[in-house]
Design a protein around this ligand. Structure first.
Ligand SMILES: [Zn+2]
Length: 396
């Protein structure tokens, strides 16, 4: 797949490394004019491989380029760099087995500097990770960190590995260290790791487990106040403890911190209000939420369904009509409104809503597409603005 970005980056990195090595060895050849003849000859031959390899690389003949670089058998500090890049290149091409062999060979060299050994171990960990050998990847990461505990890229890989294993508590520890080393924050990730840990604690079933799970959920929403799942889990756990008012507060907070996603906890909120037999409380809350400028189309549709189930059709229609003005692009709101109007035999209005909705959809729909590159537009371009081919757009 010659168009893959990591693949291109792999080639670019190799080209840069090879150029640097050629420059350095040319410099060395010039400087060491007194050096012994056979040594010079060997370096000449080595340089010849580099030059040929680089030429192949530049003319995009990858297999031949790799062949030339593999011929560079004399390992000094520079060729290790080339082998590192070669291994990475194989990995980016999906040839994980070859990448692993190359990186393992580098690590086996006795005269390796500590820095290069760490780099090779890190690359090996990446090979294992991308090859799906999780245990061996974790082991390689641990080896890097035993030498360099602040190796940021390794911490990042290890974090992904522990996430893929579902070892949330260790993943969180690694994330904390990564944060310290790099100074970057990732509140969404941290919050979700805390939630997973809390969910596992909930499974313990004792009141103490529940308490410490709630602590985790609380930390999660403190770190990331827009955490939908955090407020849902927190509220559900509080409901389970019978603390209905507190639970309602938890669900309701999301309406302020992430109104676009609030509809995801409406079911839980309704259950909480039903538990304390307070449908008026629920309705008051919902009417206010639906009339906020931030009310999403999904929230409006949900609220209209609640009214529909209770046969309050006129109210439902009114809510949807306001919703259709606010969200003219929402097919969900339009469909529900058409259904409700039809149910009330208000056919003409239903047809009007259908027409408006379809007009709106059409106005946003591309009409032509480039058959070469896939570029879409509402007007026809005789020369594609993206790939510059002439007269290549077809109607969709
Ligand atoms: Zn095009």
């Amino acid at each position: 797949m010659a168009n893959d970005l990591p693949y291109l980056i792999g080639w670019a990195a190799l080209a840069v490394t090879v150029s640097a090595v050629i420059f350095r060895s040319a410099y060395r050849l010039g400087r060491d004019a007194e050096a012994r003849y056979h040594e010079k000859l060997e370096e000449h031959r080595e340089s010849a491989f580099y030059y040929r390899g680089l030429n192949y690389l530049l003319s995009d003949e990858q297999d031949k380029a790799i062949e030339e670089f593999v011929k560079v058998v004399r390992i000094n500090s520079e060729t290790v760099e080339i082998h590192l890049s070669l291994g990475n290149l194989f990995r980016s091409r999906g040839e994980v087995g070859r990448a692993i062999r190359i990186h393992q060979n580098i690590i086996a060299r006795p005269n390796l500097t500590a820095a290069l050994r760490t780099s090779a171990l890190y690359e090996l960990a990446e090979d294992f990770r991308q090859g799906g050998f999780v245990d061996r990847a974790v082991e390689a990461c641990r080896q890097v960190l035993s030498v360099d505990p602040d190796h940021a890229k390794t911490l990042s890989s290890l974090l992904m590995l522990h996430e893929s294993e579902g070892r949330w508590d260790i993943a969180l520890q690694v994330l904390q260290r990564y944060k310290k080393v790099t100074g970057t924050q990732d509140p969404r990730r941290e919050a979700h790791l805390l939630l997973r840990i809390g969910q596992e604690q909930m499974e313990g079933g004792t009141p103490q487990d529940e308490e410490s799970a709630i602590d985790r959920f609380r930390s999660a929403v403190r770190i990331f106040p827009g955490c939908v799942e955090g407020y849902r889990l927190l509220g559900e756990a509080q409901l389970h403890q019978g603390r209905i008012g507190v639970a309602i507060n938890s669900f309701a907070t999301l309406q302020k911190t992430r109104p676009t996603h609030f509809f995801l906890v409406v079911d839980s909120l309704l259950r909480a209000y039903t538990d304390q037999d307070d449908s008026i409380g629920f309705e008051t809350f919902m009417v206010k939420a639906v009339n906020e400028p931030s009310a999403s189309a999904r929230l409006i549709t949900l609220w209209s369904r609640y009214l529909e189930v209770r046969e309050r059709y006129d109210e439902a229609i009114e809510v949807l009509q306001v919703g259709a003005v606010k969200h003219p692009g929402s097919i969900g709101v339009a469909k529900q409104l058409i259904l409700m109007l039809s149910r009330m035999n208000r056919w003409q209005e239903a047809v009007g809503v259908a027409q408006q909705s379809l007009d709106h959809q059409l106005s946003r729909q591309p009409v032509f597409q480039c058959t070469q590159c896939g570029f879409k537009a509402q007007d026809i371009y005789w020369q594609c603005p993206q790939c510059h081919q002439w007269d290549i757009m077809e109607p969709l």
